[in-house]
Design a protein around this ligand. Structure first.
Ligand SMILES: NC(=O)c1ccc[n+]([C@@H]2O[C@H](COP(=O)([O-])OP(=O)(O)OC[C@H]3O[C@@H](n4cnc5c(N)ncnc54)[C@H](O)[C@@H]3O)[C@@H](O)[C@H]2O)c1
Length: 512
C-alpha cells in the first residue's frame, strides 16, 4: 500500500458529506479527526460511521479487525483547536461563502503553515474561499459526491492561486482511497455540475416546445439511446423527480447566471413554475410524475394504430437512406425504388437537427405524405428498443398512422413526436456533447478527466467526448448547425473544439 500524502486529516462538518469523507479516509488507513459545531450532529456521525463499519463486517465486505482499526482511527474533535496537528483539513459545512471564509480564517490560526485546506463546496468559488486566507496557495477544492463511499469520482479543484503541489497531493490522496481523481479549474459547476446541464435543460426545452409529453421524452432517452447496449438509466424528468426540483432548479439557475447568461444553460420557465407550485418530485409525492408509496406512477403508452391499408414507402436520399430502406423492408413495408415518390407513397426522411417540415421543404417533398424518422441510432428489427417518428403539421393522419404501424410491426414501441427540430435524442445528445466540448475548449479539465467525471459522476453511458465520437463529430456538428439555423437560438451554436475536430476528422478527445 502506498503511503498517504497526509498523516492526519481533519474533517469539519459531520453532515451527510463530512461523515462519508471521514469514513472513507479512516477506512483508507489515515487518522481522522471529525469536528462539528453541533455536538449532537458529531455524536450521530461517529455512531453512524461505526454502524456502517459493523454492517460492512456483517455483509462480509470488511474484516472485523480492519473495521475496528478504521473505527479507532476516527476521533471526534471537541473543538476546532483539536485539528492543530492535522496536515489536511477538509471542510464540509453549510454551503455559504461567509461561513466558509470565516472557518478558513479560523483554521489558518490553528494549523501549521504548510497544512492544506480543502473545501467540499459544490457551487461556491474555491478562489473566493481561498481569498479569505493568508496563504491562499494552500487552498483547493476536494469535491466528493453523495454518497461519498459509493460515488467513486472526486473533483480536485484548482483555484486561481492554488499551488500545483497541493493539487498533486490531493490527487494522490484520492487515488489512495480507491476513488478516481479528476482535476478541474475553479469554474462554476467544476466538471460534473457543468457538464450535467445538457440532459435536463434540453429535455425541458423540448417539453416547452411541445415536442412530446413528459413520459415520452423519458422513454426516448431511456430506450432509444444505446451505445453498444448502454444508455441512460433514468429519463431526465425521472431524474428531476428523484433529485428534487428544489435542488435541481437552483443549480440550473446558478450555473446559467455564473456563466453570464450563457444561452446553452438557459433554464426553463416550466421548471421554475413547477418548483413554485411545490411539485418538487418523489419526496413531495408529486413532481413531473405522481408518486404513490414511493413508486412513480407512469401513464401507459397508447398502442400502435390499426391500419387497414399500408401505402408503399419511398425513402428520400441521404446518408441514412439505406438503413431506413432496409428497416422498412425488414418490417414488411413495400419500398419504392423510383427516383421520385409515387403519387400515393408514404415519404420517409431521416434528417439531422431539422424538423420534418424543413426536411420536406428543403428536399422538395410532399409534406402531406412525409414523416421524419430519427435514424441516429440503429432502427432495424432486433437492434433497437424504440423508434421515434415525427410528422409535419400538414402530414395527413392516414400517412402518420401508416408510418406508425409499419415501424411498430415487430412489436417495438414507436414514439410519435410533434414537429420540432432535432427530434428528442438528437438535440439532447448534441447539447451534452456541445457542453462537454466547450469544457475542453476552456481547458477546465483534460478530455480524459471530463469523460471520467461525467461517466462516473453522472452515470452516463459514455463521457460527452466519447459520446460525440461514437455519434460522429461531423454528425453532432450537423445536428447543432441545423438546430441553430432553424431556431436562431445561440444555445445551439457549435463551439470551436467540436467544429475543428469534425472538420479535421479528429477524435473529440484529441488535445492540442
Ligand atoms: N449533500 C450533497 O449531495 C453534497 C454533495 C457534494 C458537496 N456537498 C457540499 O458539502 C457541504 C456539506 O453538505 P452536507 O450535505 O453534508 O450538509 P449537512 O447540512 O448535511 O451538514 C453540514 C454540517 O456542518 C455543520 N456546520 C455548519 N456550520 C458549521 C461550522 N461553521 N463549523 C462546524 N460545523 C458546521 C452542521 O452542524 C452540519 O452537521 C456543502 O458545502 C455542500 O454544498 C454536498
Amino acid at each position: 500500500m502506498s503511503t498517504s500524502p497526509f498523516q492526519r486529516i481533519g474533517v469539519v462538518g459531520s453532515g451527510a458529506m463530512g461523515r462519508g469523507i471521514a469514513q472513507l479516509f479512516s477506512q483508507s488507513g489515515i487518522a481522522v479527526r471529525l469536528y462539528d459545531s453541533n455536538p449532537a450532529a458529531l455524536d450521530s456521525a461517529i455512531a453512524g460511521v461505526a454502524d456502517t463499519f459493523a454492517k460492512l463486517v456483517e455483509k462480509g465486505r470488511m474484516g472485523a479487525d480492519a473495521a475496528s482499526a478504521a473505527r479507532a482511527r476516527l476521533e471526534p474533535a471537541g473543538a476546532l483547536a483539536a485539528l492543530a496537528d492535522c496536515d489536511l483539513v477538509v471542510e464540509a459545512i453549510v454551503e455559504r461563502l461567509d461561513a466558509k471564509r470565516d472557518l478558513f480564517g479560523q483554521l489558518e490560526a490553528i494549523v501549521a503553515d504548510d497544512a492544506v485546506l480543502a473545501t467540499n463546496t459544490s457551487s461556491l468559488s474555491v478562489t473566493a474561499i481561498a481569498a479569505a486566507c493568508r496563504r491562499p496557495q494552500r487552498v483547493a477544492g476536494l469535491h466528493f459526491f453523495n454518497p461519498v463511499p459509493l460515488m467513486k469520482v472526486v473533483e480536485v479543484v484548482d483555484g486561481i492561486r492554488t499551488d500545483a503541489a497541493v493539487v498533486e497531493r490531493l490527487v494522490a490522496l484520492t487515488r489512495l482511497t480507491g476513488h478516481l481523481p479528476v482535476v478541474a479549474q475553479d469554474t462554476p459547476g467544476f466538471i460534473v455540475n457543468h457538464a450535467g446541464r445538457g440532459f435536463g435543460t434540453e429535455a425541458l426545452k423540448a417539453l416547452g416546445e411541445g415536442a412530446a409529453d413528459i413520459p415520452t421524452i423519458d422513454r426516448i432517452l431511456r430506450e432509444q439511446v444505446s451505445f453498444d447496449g448502454r444508455g441512460f438509466r433514468l429519463g431526465p424528468f425521472e431524474l428531476f423527480d428523484l433529485t428534487g426540483l428544489d435542488v435541481s432548479q437552483p443549480v440550473m439557475e446558478s450555473i446559467y447566471r455564473q456563466f453570464y447568461d450563457e444561452p446553452r444553460f438557459r433554464p426553463s420557465v416550466i421548471a421554475a413554475q413547477r418548483l413554485a407550485a411545490g411539485l418538487t418530485g418523489r419526496k413531495a409525492g408529486e413532481g413531473f410524475y405522481l408518486h404513490k408509496d414511493g413508486r412513480q406512477q407512469t401513464p401507459a403508452e397508447a398502442p400502435a394504430p390499426k391500419v387497414a391499408v399500408r401505402p408503399p414507402v419511398w425513402v428520400a436520399p441521404g446518408p441514412r437512406a439505406a438503413a431506413l430502406r432496409e428497416a422498412v423492408a425488414a418490417l414488411e413495408g413495400v419500398v419504392q425504388d423510383t427516383g421520385r415518390p409515387g403519387e400515393h407513397a408514404l415519404v420517409l426522411v431521416a434528417p439531422l437537427g431539422l424538423d420534418a417540415t424543413a426536411a420536406a421543404a428543403e428536399a422538395g417533398l410532399p409534406a402531406a405524405r412525409t414523416v421524419a424518422v430519427d435514424a441516429l441510432f440503429p432502427i432495424a428489427p432486433g437492434r433497437c428498443r424504440r423508434r421515434v417518428l415525427m410528422p409535419t403539421p400538414a402530414t395527413l393522419p392516414d400517412y402518420r398512422d401508416a408510418a406508425h404501424a409499419i415501424f411498430a410491426n415487430d412489436g417495438t414501441p414507436v414514439s410519435m413526436l410533434r414537429d420540432s427540430p432535432g427530434f428528442v435524442a438528437q438535440r439532447v445528445l448534441a447539447m451534452i456533447v456541445s457542453i462537454g466540448t466547450e469544457i475542453a475548449q476552456q481547458r477546465i479539465a483534460s478530455p480524459a478527466d471530463i469523460d471520467t467525471a461525467v461517466r462516473i459522476g453522472l452515470g452516463y453511458p459514455l463521457g460527452p467526448l466519447a459520446m460525440g465520437d461514437a455519434l460522429g463529430a461531423a454528425t453532432v456538428l450537423e445536428i447543432l448547425a441545423n438546430l441553430h439555423r432553424l431556431t436562431g437560438d445561440p444555445r445551439y451554436r457549435p463551439g470551436g473544439w467540436l467544429r475543428r475536430r469534425a472538420q479535421l476528422g479528429l477524435s473529440l478527445l484529441h488535445e492540442d
